[in-house]
Write a protein that binds this ligand. Structure first.
Ligand SMILES: Cc1cc2nc3c(=O)[nH]c(=O)nc-3n(C[C@H](O)[C@H](O)[C@H](O)COP(=O)(O)O)c2cc1C
Length: 356
């Protein structure tokens, strides 16, 4: 392994990310309050260990959308990773296959969904931003089906483009932003569109971008198999709540009728453990995935996942649990963050703090 800590990965990523690419990967919207809150929420939970519990045999594995997953982590969909390295989406998918976790391929990824599918046999999810009407949906979802994607994630927290001010100040936008084609379909998205997609697709559906129990309930009424709690990493609605704060409300509303996934600010094995203890099935990594790719491509991402796995194992062992299903809210307590929370607050040894 080239990297022993995710600290080193982030420092290398910062060195490698040229110009506005760093702003694209690391930034949030407007005041970046929602992005910081994601970390603040995680930093505001302490862990409560049990002792003398014989943790010599530990199982960090689980299932995600019914498929075996080596750790309770999946790769959140990320557009325009080709800005980091040319075949980045392929490297991400290869890392997921080699490590043994689920990859959610962004609908805005390059190479194409066909090329990715041709090069890998493991189960993976396709994420869609709705940017067309019935014909567009039939064509795209037909291609997704023909290429055997295991589930479809519909992103619903991007009805309107947010202001990402780090990029605006740099006078730069990623390719997906400069191409406004079909934006009106994103704005017009409603439950009828969801039903239409469901009817065309016919397979498992993930509702990505849920922040309120009412929407989780409606999603279940409309056949969602997975409720994915997310505020887009604080890149869409500024001042949204931390996803870890929202999670218990959603888990309680869902009440076992769907799988609950979550993302937003997760950087450490101990962060992952907190979400599992609050009822999530698994945790998505966005920024951390991008930083690892930027630091070392495919092998950088495998190193990052291996480090996360080790951190999860250490946290479980020291908490006194041997499998993820033993975790519950009794292992958690509210606590004051020890540092000022920001997107890098899980990494106190980064010189200069925030790396902006
Ligand atoms: C660079 C970047 C690109 C993203 N692209 C997409 C995308 O194409 N589709 C999507 O649903 N979410 C996208 N997201 C949001 C992620 O899927 C995820 O919700 C978020 O990054 C999780 O928060 P985290 O970055 O703090 O881990 C993107 C996030 C980042 C940082």
């Amino acid at each position: 392994m080239e990297f022993k800590t995710n600290h080193e990965i982030i420092r290398r990523a910062r060195r490698n990310a040229r110009g506005p690419v760093w702003d694209y990967l690391a930034g949030g919207s407007e005041s970046e309050t929602a992005m910081r809150r994601n970390r603040f929420g995680l930093d505001s939970i302490a862990l409560k260990p049990r002792v003398l519990r014989n943790v010599s045999a530990l199982d960090v594995g689980t299932t995600v959308i019914g498929h075996r997953s080596r750790i309770p982590v999946f790769l959140a969909p990320m557009a325009s990773l080709q800005l980091v390295t040319p075949a980045a989406a392929q490297a991400v998918d290869d890392a997921a296959e080699e490590f043994g976790i689920i990859n959610m391929l962004s609908g805005h990824s390059r190479p194409s969904l066909e090329e990715i599918a041709m090069n890998s046999l493991h189960p993976k999810v396709f994420q869609i931003y709705v940017r067309g009407g019935r014909n567009w949906l039939e064509d795209l979802l037909g291609r997704v089906k023909d290429n055997n994607y295991a589930a479809l994630a519909v992103t619903v927290d991007a009805a309107v483009y947010s202001n990402r001010e780090r990029q605006m100040i740099a006078g730069w936008a990623p390719p997906t932003r400069s191409n406004a084609a079909g934006r009106e379909f994103l704005a017009a998205l409603n439950w009828d569109t969801w039903d239409e997609i469901r009817q065309i697709w016919g397979g498992p559906m993930i509702l990505k971008g849920v922040s309120r129990p009412e929407d989780a309930e409606t999603g279940i009424q409309h056949g969602a198999e997975v409720i994915y709690v997310s505020n887009h990493g604080g890149r869409q609605l500024d001042h949204d709540r931390a996803t870890i704060q929202v999670l218990p409300e959603i888990v309680s509303a869902v009440d076992g009728r769907a799988e609950v996934l979550v993302d937003g600010g997760f950087m450490r094995g101990s962060d992952v453990i907190k979400a599992i203890a609050l009822g999530a099935q698994a945790v998505g990594i966005g920024k951390l995935q991008a930083f690892a790719l930027c630091a070392g491509g495919l092998s950088g991402l495998i190193d990052c996942l291996t480090i996360l796995e080790d951190e999860i194992r250490i946290a479980m062992g020291l908490l006194g649990v041997t499998s993820l299903d033993q975790l519950n809210s009794a292992y958690l307590a509210p606590a004051k963050p020890v540092n000022s929370a920001h997107e890098m607050s899980a990494f106190p040894h980064i010189p200069g703090g925030r790396l902006t």
